[in-house]
Design a protein around this ligand. Structure first.
Ligand SMILES: O=P(O)(O)OC[C@H]1O[C@H](OP(=O)(O)OP(=O)(O)O)[C@H](O)[C@@H]1O
Ligand SMILES: O=c1cc[nH]c(=O)[nH]1
Ligand SMILES: [Mg+2]
Length: 219
């Protein structure tokens, strides 16, 4: 897997990452969602550099401009719920993409420390020979990314796969790396070293779904 840690290079991206992590600023849920969306726009822009391009003629009022344009058939799939603002950011740039949604949540059956991933809702177009973008802001243990990808398999074999995440834990990235082929790309805004006993990323930002949409009752 090709791992692209976009904040390795300094840019305005760091401002948005700092605001979603900041325990005071993140309380403003509208700003939190918008920052995740802005990060989605930046990750999408970076990802766009490795798409396939073809030169096309564009008629202007004064002549013809030749422009290299991306030709990939993109399917943008996000993991509910926290994936919604990230989806919006990516869709702002890949505005002609087809869209898929899949739900995944942690089901704590026996203890707060142990959980399994429950995938329920799934709406997806044909993925055969398409460019699949699978987006989820938090890549903690990596189990949601792997479980959602497995659930998408009956919809066809994509030609290209791009995983998009805002914060990735190194342990989860290593787990995902084992499950995906070498030609898959992971675009992550930043990488943290640690997971705590509940599988939360440290320092991370807390619970992305709750920060975006409010606390939910545990199932
Ligand atoms: O890498 P993992 O260990 O699988 O954890 C990451 C998952 O946790 C978050 O979802 P969460 O279960 O909090 O659901 P939510 O979006 O409804 O809050 C996040 O959006 C991922 O889907
Ligand atoms: O740190 C984490 C891990 C999973 N889900 C979150 O929202 N945050
Ligand atoms: Mg959550």
């Amino acid at each position: 897997m090709h791992i692209h840690n976009i904040s390795k290079e300094n840019s305005i991206l760091n401002t948005f990452i700092s605001e979603i992590r900041n325990k005071e600023i993140q309380k403003d849920s509208m700003r939190f969602r918008r920052n995740i969306e802005r990060i989605g726009e930046i990750l999408g822009y970076e990802m766009s550099k490795v798409l396939s391009y073809k030169t096309k003629d564009v008629a202007t009022p004064l002549g013809t401009a030749q422009i290299n344009l991306p030709i990939n058939d993109i399917v943008l799939c996000s993991v509910l719920r926290a994936g919604v603002p990230l989806h919006n950011g990516l869709l702002n740039y890949f505005d002609t993409a087809e869209n898929a949604f899949i739900s995944a949540y942690r089901h704590h059956k026996h203890s707060p420390e142990s959980f399994e991933i429950i995938v329920e809702y799934l709406a997806c177009p044909n993925l055969e020979n398409k460019t699949l973008i699978l987006a989820d802001p938090m890549l903690a243990t990596g189990q949601s990314m792997v479980a959602t990808f497995e659930a998408l398999k009956p919809f066809g074999k994509p030609k290209e796969i791009h995983l998009i995440s805002v914060i990735g834990a190194q342990e989860g990235i290593d787990f995902v790396n084992k499950h995906f082929d070498n030609n898959v790309h992971l675009w992550v805004a930043t990488i943290d070293d640690t997971l705590n006993e509940k599988g939360y990323i440290v320092p991370g930002l807390g619970d992305a779904g709750d920060l975006a949409f409010g606390e939910k009752l545990q199932q």
